[in-house]
Design a protein around this ligand. Sequence first.
Ligand code: FAD
Length: 269
Amino acid sequence: MIPAAFEYERAGSVEDAIELLGRDGDAKILAGGHSLVPAMKLRIARPTLLVDIGRIDDLRFVREDGDRIVVGALSRHMDVAADPSLRTSCAIVAAAAEGIGDPQVRHRGTIGGSIVHGDPASDFCSIVLALDAELVARGPDGERTIAAADFFTGPFQTALGPREVLTEIRFPKVPRGVYLKFSRRAQDWATVGVAAAEVNGAVHVGLTSMGGTPLRAAAVEQALASGASHAEAASHAAEGADPPGDVSGSSAYRAHLAQVLVARALDRL
Ligand code: FAD
């Protein structure tokens, strides 16, 4: 399939990107292109201007900042998987990156692109939600920080404005975290994914592919806080979720799978 016609501009900096985005109401940022370009080929997305941020090296970093680890939005999945700070202090993020797609996807796809795309099947989206990460965006009105809980507003929709660039993701250090992903075949997207981590003394659980947006398994978290066993807490995994049915599994199958994976993730945690 051939995308609809579009213009292309390469941004030299975040400010440059914001200015370029202002030139065309149907402009879109291009990062790794591994979600946007397929959508353009299917003509689900028809931007008339692509603003390529792929060479803004300032956005490609991982650094420790006190009790947080800050990851630049343009860090590729392979950067995240291999980073020593993440592997030590936020291993759930590095491990999830390692399991995304195939080597080609991991060498081109970026953490920022994954999160802004807002795909409920994306591995990083449920993890930022479970970890209460902060998302930093820069736009024409300056910089703002958005809590992960406020970021995912609908299927493939986020709180980011059309001229805002996601610049970094701030993760808390969580020595104990587990991401379990069940796929039909190696390298497939998650049929269901479960992120479980201890954040500020409480167990948080995020769900991948269990609804129109990434979700927190609030009923599981409440049950654990009330002293329920892992098995009892996990039985609430699908409460409040709206799992899709597709070739990877029916809605009922996903609901059952979520319970199994949550129990395993809690045991492992
Ligand atoms: P792009 O495609 O360039 O952009 C995606 C969207 O985000 C666009 O709307 C773009 O405008 C916007 N955007 C990008 N960066 C920014 C930014 N900094 N600020 C504001 N807006 C921005 N993902 C998984 O989670 N798990 C998988 O198992 C998985 N398997 C895959 C298998 C294949 C074969 C492919 C092609 C993709 C797979 N993916 C998977 C998706 C992959 O992780 C993509 O890289 C990711 O979804 C998008 O990142 P990107 O950098 O390519 O973003």
